[in-house]
Design a protein around this ligand. Structure first.
Ligand SMILES: [Zn+2]
Length: 551
C-alpha cells in the first residue's frame, strides 16, 4: 500500500512539474534489486566459452546461445513474447558472398577504364541473386541525400531510374546544430542510407567514391569488410534494392572524374555546397556482380514481465543486447573461435541479470518490460531492425529502449556514456539517475564517427522509440585518468572482432553491475511516467515518433 501511495505521489509531482522527483522509498526499492556482477560473470563465462563456437547466426553455437537465453528467461518467470507462444522471434537472412568474377568498367566516349577487384573497387548486389549485369548511364548525385527537414535534395530534378549513381558518403559539413545536426554525423551520412535512398529512386547501381574525410576510415577497412559474405534481411516482394552496391578508391574516383576534366575533390566541393544539382555524366558503367547466395534462419529472444497497471501494461520499456558474434572463422595463432566475450556476452549477461531482477520485483512498475536479445547485430543490426519492423508492443506504445553492447570488464568508472539520451525528453530522468549513482555523464568523444548509428538502439530509434546504449565511462575508480581509454584502445587493436576476445577469470564485473543498476533505475522510472517520452524538437527521429502516434 505504501508503495502504491508513493507511486501516485510521484505521478502527481511528475504531471504537475514535468520533472520527476524520486521518492526515497522508490530509490531504495530500485537500487536494492540485488543485481549482481558475479551472476553477470557466470552468464558471460558460459556464453563466451568455446563450446558456443562464437555464437554465429545460423550455426549450432548461435542456436545454443539463444536457447540458453530463452531458458534463463523461463527460469526467471518471464513470459514468452516471441512467435506462437515461444521466446523466439524467427526470421530469414540471405547471405551474399561477392565473387572475384565481379567486374566494373567505365567507358567515356572512346576510352574504357577497367578497374581491379579489391584494389580499385569492391561491391556486391543487394538483390540477393547470383548474378546481376548492369550496362547503364551514370549520374553524379553528390552525397545522395534527400532531407526535407534541412531543405536538401540531391536527387532533385534528375531521373536516375535504371542508372548508376556516383556519390560520396558522409554529409554536407556543418557547425550549425539545425543543419545536419552540426558536426555530428546523422544517418544521412552513413553508407547504408546511400544505398537505400538510391534504391528508392530506382537506381540500378550506386557507387561511393571513397575519401578519408567522408568515410572516416581507410580503404583497407572498406576492402576487408566488402570482400566477404554480407548478410541481409530477406527482401520482401517488391522491396527496392540496388543491383550493385559498390565503392571505388579515391584514385579510381580521380580517373573517373578526369574523364570530365575535373577532380574528385572538386566533385566533393560541389556535393558539400548548398544548391547542389545532380549531374548526368556522359559515361557508361558496365558492371557484372557475381555472388554466392544462401538463406539462413535465425532468431531474436524475447521475454516479457507484465506491468501492474491494467491500461499501461499494454505499453512497455525495453532492454536489449545482441547475442550473436562472428562464429568460427579464419584462425589467428591457432584459434578459430571468435568468442565475443566482451562483444557481446557482457551485454547478454547484463540483460539476463536485469530480467531476473525485474521479474523478482515484488511490486511491478505500471508498464510492461521487454527483454530482447537480438540476433545478427554484427551483420548490420539486422535482428533489431527486424524487431523494429515486427514489434511485440508497438513503437508508439514503447516508452524507452536501453541497449548494452560490449562492456569492458575493468571495474567501476566515475562516469558513464549515454550518447543520444540528451536528444530525448527522458534526459532529466537519466541525469537524475546518474546523479544518484554518482556517475558523471561523459560527452561523445567522436561525434563525427557516427557511433550512435552502430549499435542496436539505432534500429529502435528509427521507428521512433527513444533509445540509447549505456556504455562504460572513461575514468576508472582508483586508477590514473586515461587508464580506461588506454585499455579500450588496447582492446580495439588486439582483441576487437578477434578470436582473442575471450573471457578471463581476472575480469572485474563491478562496472557492469553498476551500469545494470543504473539502467534498471532509468527504465523503472520510464515504466511509471505518466507520459511517453519522445525526441527533442528538430531531432531526426522525432518524425518517426510522431508517426507512431506519440505527440
Ligand atoms: Zn561486434
Amino acid at each position: 500500500m505504501k508503495r502504491a501511495l508513493f507511486r501516485s505521489i510521484v505521478s502527481i509531482v511528475a504531471a504537475a512539474t514535468a520533472w520527476v522527483q524520486i521518492a526515497p522509498a522508490q530509490v531504495m526499492r530500485t537500487e536494492s534489486s540485488g543485481i549482481s556482477g558475479e551472476r553477470i560473470r557466470a552468464h558471460v563465462k558460459f556464453l563466451a566459452s568455446d563450446l558456443l563456437e562464437g555464437r554465429g547466426v545460423g550455426t549450432r553455437g548461435g542456436d545454443l546461445a539463444s536457447e540458453y537465453i530463452a531458458t534463463q528467461f523461463a527460469l526467471d518467470g518471464l513470459k514468452p513474447a516471441g512467435d506462437n507462444g515461444t521466446y523466439f522471434q524467427n526470421f530469414t537472412l540471405v547471405g551474399s558472398d561477392p565473387q572475384p568474377a565481379t567486374s566494373l568498367s567505365v567507358t567515356a566516349s572512346h576510352v574504357t577504364l577497367p578497374f581491379g577487384w579489391l584494389d580499385d573497387f569492391v561491391g556486391v548486389t543487394f538483390q540477393q541473386k547470383p548474378t546481376v549485369d548492369i550496362d547503364a548511364d551514370a549520374v553524379f548525385v553528390g552525397h545522395g541525400i534527400v532531407a526535407p527537414e534541412y531543405q536538401w535534395d540531391d536527387y532533385q530534378g534528375v531521373d536516375v531510374h535504371g542508372k548508376v549513381v556516383v556519390l560520396f558518403t558522409g554529409e554536407p559539413p556543418s557547425r550549425d546544430p539545425k543543419f545536419f545536426n552540426g558536426a555530428a554525423l546523422t544517418y544521412y551520412g552513413r553508407w547504408t542510407y546511400k544505398y537505400e535512398e538510391a534504391a528508392r529512386h530506382g537506381a540500378a547501381g550506386a557507387i561511393i567514391v571513397h575519401t578519408m574525410p567522408t568515410a572516416s576510415y581507410g580503404w583497407n577497412v572498406v576492402r576487408s569488410s566488402w570482400s566477404k559474405e554480407e548478410l541481409e534481411m530477406k527482401l520482401g516482394p517488391g522491396t527496392p534494392a540496388v543491383g550493385f552496391a559498390g565503392w571505388v578508391t579515391k584514385e579510381a574516383g580521380e580517373r573517373i572524374a578526369a574523364t570530365q576534366n575535373t577532380t574528385a575533390d572538386q566533385w566533393l566541393q560541389l556535393a558539400d555546397t548548398r544548391g547542389f544539382r545532380a549531374k548526368p555524366l556522359p559515361l557508361r558503367f558496365r558492371i557484372h556482380a557475381a555472388a554466392k547466395i544462401r538463406e539462413l534462419r535465425t532468431r531474436n529472444v524475447i521475454g516479457k514481465v507484465e506491468g501492474s497497471d491494467p491500461q499501461l501494461k499494454n505499453e512497455a520499456v525495453m532492454f536489449s543486447a545482441h547475442w550473436d558474434h562472428l562464429g568460427v572463422g579464419e584462425a589467428v595463432r591457432g584459434d578459430a573461435i571468435y568468442n565475443g566475450a566482451q562483444d557481446n556476452a557482457t551485454g547478454c549477461g547484463v540483460l539476463l541479470e536485469l530480467a531476473r531482477a525485474w521479474a523478482a520485483l515484488p511490486q511491478k512498475p505500471r508498464r510492461s518490460a521487454l527483454f530482447i536479445s537480438v540476433a545478427a547485430e554484427e551483420a548490420g543490426l539486422l535482428g533489431s531492425e527486424y524487431y523494429g519492423k515486427h514489434p511485440v508492443i508497438a513503437a508508439g506504445k514503447t516508452a524507452l529502449a536501453l541497449n548494452y553492447d560490449s562492456l569492458p570488464p575493468l571495474g567501476r568508472t566515475s562516469d558513464v556514456q549515454v550518447h543520444g539520451a540528451e536528444r530525448t525528453t527522458i534526459y532529466s530522468v537519466v541525469a537524475e539517475a546518474a546523479r544518484r549513482f554518482h556517475l558523471a555523464i561523459s560527452p561523445d568523444p567522436r561525434p563525427l564517427a557516427g557511433t550512435y548509428y552502430r549499435s542496436d538502439h539505432f534500429s529502435f530509434a528509427r521507428v521512433g522509440i527513444p533509445a540509447f546504449s549505456i556504455d562504460s565511462g572513461h575514468d576508472l575508480v582508483g586508477q590514473p585518468h586515461g587508464t580506461a581509454d588506454r585499455l579500450a584502445d588496447e582492446y580495439n587493436e588486439a582483441h576487437y572482432h578477434q578470436p582473442s576476445d575471450e573471457y578471463h577469470d581476472s575480469w572485474d564485473f563491478s562496472g557492469m553491475e553498476l551500469y545494470a543498476r543504473f539502467g534498471f533505475a532509468i527504465n523503472h522510472e520510464a515504466a511509471n511516467l505518466p507520459k511517453l517520452p519522445t525526441w527533442q524538437t528538430a531531432d531526426e527521429f522525432l518524425a518517426a515518433r510522431v508517426a507512431s502516434g506519440v505527440r
